[in-house]
Every structure is written in C-alpha cells, then in structure tokens.
Design a protein around this ligand. Structure first.
Ligand code: C5P
Length: 294
C-alpha cells in the first residue's frame, strides 16, 4: 500500500524574537503564512525503513534516521503501537536550509501519511499536533497551514483573520544558513547592543491582514532575525534592495534566512526582473492549506 501527503513551505510575515530561554529556545511572537511551494512525501509499506529524495532540491537532505520525515513516521508508529517499516520518498521542491520550513514540511506530510498508512487507531488532530511540536518548532504550523500567530517556541498557534491572497517572489541563496547559528548571532549582536529591541507584538500588521491590503501588510513586514542573517551573509542586503528596485512592495528575510521573500503586486513581473539580474527567483502565493493526503 502507498500513501502520499503534501505539505507547504512558509514565510514569516512578522518574526519577533525574545530572550533565550533556559532550554536554549527563544520566546517568539511570529505570524506565519503558508506558501504554494510544497514537498510531497510518499510512504510505502516495506520490510524495513528507508528514505530516498527526489525533486529540485536534493543536496544536503539526510537519507537516514536523522531526517525529520523518518522520525515522524517512527513517532506515529510508536503512538499506534505498530512497527515502523516504511519506504519513504520525499519529492523536494522547497529549498533546504532556506528559512522556509522545508524540513518541517517533510515532517508534517510524513505525519499525515503515516497516520493513514500504518496499522492501528487513527490518531486525532491533537495527538498529531503534539507529535509535530516534538519534531520541531515550525512543524505544528506547517501541519495546520493558513496564516497563524505562533508563540512559545513557535508551536503555540492562534488563528488570524486574513482577507485576500498575497503574491510573493522568493529569492533563493546558493548557500544555506543554519537556524541555531542565526539565533546565536542575534544573541551576540544583542549582547553588544547592536540591534533594535525585540518586537513581540504586531498589531498593525494584524490590522492590515484583516483589511486585506497588500500595501499595508508590506509596510509592516518585520523580522528580528534579519540583522543576524545579514551579519552572517552580508550579500542579503543587496538582494533585498534589488528586490525592492525590481518592483516589490517590500523585501523581508524569511525565517532565519537566507531566502528573501518579496511581497509584490505583480509577482510574475518582479520574478522575471530578478531572474534577469541573475537571481534564482520564483513566484508563489499564500495563504494555502496545511498538510493533506493527495
Ligand atoms: O525547533 P527546531 O528544531 O526547528 O529549532 C532549531 C534550532 O533553532 C533550535 O535548536 C534553536 O537553536 C533555534 N530556535 C530557537 N528558538 C526558537 C526556535 C528555534 O532558538 N523558538
């Protein structure tokens, strides 16, 4: 038997980062939006666990038990009281280490597919969300999709009233950034008094989303990790400037970067312009759905 599930990448419209907690995580106030980029995870009953990666972005994806999709399958099997014996194929179209929750999308899709494939009682949504939070801070959001506030590590989700569909261009970097390194760089810059204080609320952005005005949303995009990502990869500053000069309403770094997200009125035109400048850039829309069976 074979089951396939799809999960989407995300952008953070607002990413407010508080102080480091005792467990090493940072307290967040973030607004996630899921985007039309997606990975598909196919599970087939087998004699033993295995993992294969196909698609556009395969480099750097672990093909063993450290892969989040593999761990998601094992977590579902354990909860159902059944053995984990599954061949996993990830069709990867979300960039790796790009700040777009690609690994989290694979985990979320694997949770949904394993819940269908593996023998035993079907796990309720709450149980899947709890497993998702154990796998990673962004996994619960990717499982749910849409546009949501994330607090705590990012796993405590609240619905947001959103009108309209938003057009984005994502500009990918050749070199990934490690999420823990970017958070560490923010701590370092803060210790030296070099960055603005944390922005742990986003009332104006929330109003703009309620109005459905892309112009107003653009004005209030914000990422506390932006300065840290730019400090580690200084060329990102120019990518953002080029994006705005190419006609984007506003540029923001997605999550811990280095993908730059451009909110646009006309995403096709901005993507063409960025490609003409030599960038690897693709249009996307949001919000879209959470992880689901195909
Ligand atoms: O939860 P996840 O495994 O995706 O987090 C990866 C790393 O990102 C953590 O080990 C931590 O260094 C950093 N992180 C953080 N605060 C958060 C989320 C992630 O410091 N709220």
């Amino acid at each position: 038997m074979t089951v396939t599930a799809r999960a989407h990448g995300k952008v953070n419209l607002h990413l407010g980062v508080g102080d480091a907690r005792e467990d090493g995580y940072h307290e967040l106030f973030t607004i996630f939006q899921s985007l039309s980029f997606h990975d598909d995870v196919t599970l087939t009953a087998a004699d033993e666990m295995s993992l294969k990666v196909t698609g556009r972005f395969t480099a750097g994806v672990p093909a063993d038990g450290t892969n989040l999709a593999w761990r998601a399958v094992e977590a579902v099997a354990k909860q159902k009281g059944s053995p984990a014996r599954v061949a996993i194929t990830i069709d990867k179209n979300i960039p790796v280490a790009g700040g777009m929750a690609g690994g989290s999308a694979d985990a979320a899709a694997a949770l949904v597919a394993a819940n269908e494939l593996i023998d035993g009682p079907v796990l309720p949504r709450d149980a899947l969300l709890a497993l998702a939070a154990d796998l990673g801070s962004d996994v619960p959001f990717v499982l749910q999709g849409g546009t949501k506030i994330g607090q705590g590590r990012g796993e405590e989700l609240t619905d947001v009233l959103v009108r309209g569909e938003y057009s984005w261009v994502l500009v990918f970097s050749r070199q990934g950034l490690s999420t823990p390194k970017v958070f560490g760089e923010l701590d370092r810059l803060r210790a030296h008094g070099k960055v603005a204080p944390p922005q742990l609320e986003a009332d104006e952005l929330l109003s703009a989303l309620g109005e459905g005005s892309a112009d107003a949303v653009a004005q209030h995009l914000h990422n506390d990790l932006g300065a840290a990502a730019v400090s580690l990869q200084p060329t990102l500053q120019k990518v953002m400037r080029d994006g705005e000069e190419a006609g984007a309403l506003r540029a923001v770094i997605s999550g811990s970067g280095p993908t730059v997200a451009l909110l646009c009125q006309d995403a096709e035109a901005v993507a063409d312009e960025m490609v003409a400048l030599g960038y690897f850039a693709l249009p996307a829309t949001g919000p879209v759905s959470g992880a689901h069976l195909l």
